[in-house]
Write a protein that binds this ligand. Sequence first.
Ligand code: RTP
Ligand code: MG
Length: 147
Amino acid sequence: MERTYLMVKPDGVQRGLIGEIVGRLERKGLTLIGAKLMLVTEEQAKRHYAEHEGKDFYDRLMTFITSGPVFAMAWQGDQAVAAARQIIGKTNGLEAAPGTIRGDYALHTNYNLIHGSDSAESAERELGIFFQESELVGYDKTIQAWI
Ligand code: RTP
Ligand code: MG
């Protein structure tokens, strides 16, 4: 069982897409084990996007991610990282396939609605930035046997 950190970005919250996004992930068979609406602090943003420091889009990204509430989520499931990335789609909304979240709802790379961890290691690091372990609720779904 793998965990991943997903976050509806400020554009997704403002556009009223939290429910749509959560529904897609639930229907895929992933299990929500933690969630909260929150403001990302500058310190959290810096830690979360450390790999992008120095890139030309870094300042814009930092301003955007701290500009309004995000919906932070922890999800669990078999190969949860890859499964979520597939549902999310490519970074650029124009290149993301229809049927993916970004392919269906995002036009731009800058405003692409949702973040998804890119590896199991990143996921654990990112979950640690946004959640206390006590906020996560691991459980088995009886329906899991059919997924
Ligand atoms: P994310 O981390 O948000 O799930 O997105 P990702 O893995 O698909 O893309 P990544 O390369 O990690 O980039 C993180 C976020 O930075 C913004 N970005 N802008 N060339 C650009 O202007 C550019 N490249 C990346 C996007 O918001 C991207 O999601
Ligand atoms: Mg990334």
